[in-house]
Design a protein. Structure first.
Length: 341
């Protein structure tokens, strides 16, 4: 019994629509060169026949896949969600598809994923932060894969980046905390090894302490993975100190959410008994009770600009620029001045 299944081809579309194969190709790739009437007829035929373009052949001909890869450290919380959504929307508007991987903050896994995305023909890559082995940067340069670093600003690093100065951003918040009379400060930080964003934020707090005549070496710090339960556990440990801190500064809003949750469990009022701050200003920050004082990061702007910069690099309109974005303080209920007894 013969197989009568027929997969529609470009020739079939052209025959049924009554146009040349070149016209069908233009309808798929250069619609502005086709009249509206012809475009409508051809696209209807494509839908009626169930024709699927051979994107592999198109990619080989154009030496481009119109696919961008992004590797983020985690998908377990909303830290990167808003920026990545804006990144994807901007890519889609220019005809690019997005492939996303998560490295779980593991450098070896990130390196493996970078090579896998390049092997799949990714035209460019979005990576988070700049701290990774030089061998990876050398590999990307040899392969000619445009790369943009995000969530960081590293103007002297020799790589295109779209982000902000994590150290300066957290120092701005620490300056405000100290100006409000807090001297017993404790920190719940992300793990700084291999994470330039966490390292910069912790350094920003220490720089602020030095500027205000405080001893940065006396700063209590717990480093932990970015999970709510980890923030809760670290907060409980810090609050067992005597004297206990008047403010706990957290490396991001996820850790801060855990701290606020555990404070309630311990019978501590925020900010009356202890103030808590975060970093990122994800949606969670404004719906916590109390609402969270944090550093506002322009996630959507960062995603849009990173996508456009990467497209410009892929399409040879840019050699790769560094774009530094401004952050601001989101002052809410979880931080208040020290009230002397």
């Amino acid at each position: 019994m013969s197989d009568t299944t027929h997969i529609p081809t470009l020739d079939d579309v052209a025959r049924v629509a009554g146009v040349s194969t070149a016209t069908v190709s233009r309808c798929l790739n250069e619609q502005q060169k086709v009249s509206a009437k012809t475009l409508e007829r051809v696209m209807k035929t494509i839908n009626d026949l169930g024709y699927t373009p051979n994107f592999n052949a198109r990619a080989m001909a154009a030496k481009r896949t119109h696919t961008i890869g992004a590797i983020i450290p985690t998908m377990e919380n909303a830290i990167f969600a808003r920026g990545l959504q804006a990144f994807q929307e901007t890519l889609h508007a220019s005809g690019y598809n997005l492939l996303v991987s998560s490295s779980a903050y593991q450098p070896d896994l990130e390196a493996e994923q970078i090579r896998a995305l390049v092997a799949r023909g990714a035209d460019g890559l979005l990576l988070i932060g700049y701290e990774r082995g030089q061998d990876i940067y050398d590999y990307l340069q040899r392969r000619g894969v445009p790369t943009v670093l995000a969530w960081t600003s590293h103007p002297d690093g020799g790589h295109a980046s779209v982000g902000f100065d994590n150290c300066a951003a957290m120092r701005m918040l620490a300056d405000r905390v100290l100006a409000m009379g807090h001297r017993r400060i404790a920190v719940i930080s992300g793990i700084v090894e291999g994470n330039d964003r966490a390292e910069g934020r912790l350094r920003g707090i220490r720089e602020s302490l030095v500027a205000h005549g405080q001893d940065p070496d006396a700063l209590p710090v717990i480093q932990t993975a970015y999970e709510i339960e980890n923030g809760a556990a670290a907060f409980e440990t810090l609050m067992a100190q005597d004297p206990r801190p008047t403010v706990v500064m957290c490396g991001n809003d996820v850790l801060a959410a855990g701290a606020i949750s555990r404070a309630k469990h311990l019978g501590l009022a925020v900010p009356e008994d202890v103030s808590i701050t975060g970093f990122d200003d994800i949606e969670l920050a404004s719906i916590l009770h109390p609402t969270l004082t944090t550093v506002h990061v322009p996630h959507r702007d960062m995603g849009c600009i990173a996508a456009q910069e990467l497209i410009d690099m892929v399409e040879k309109r840019s050699m790769g620029a560094t774009r530094k974005l401004e952050v601001s303080l989101a002052m809410r209920e979880s931080l208040r001045p020290v009230v002397e007894p």
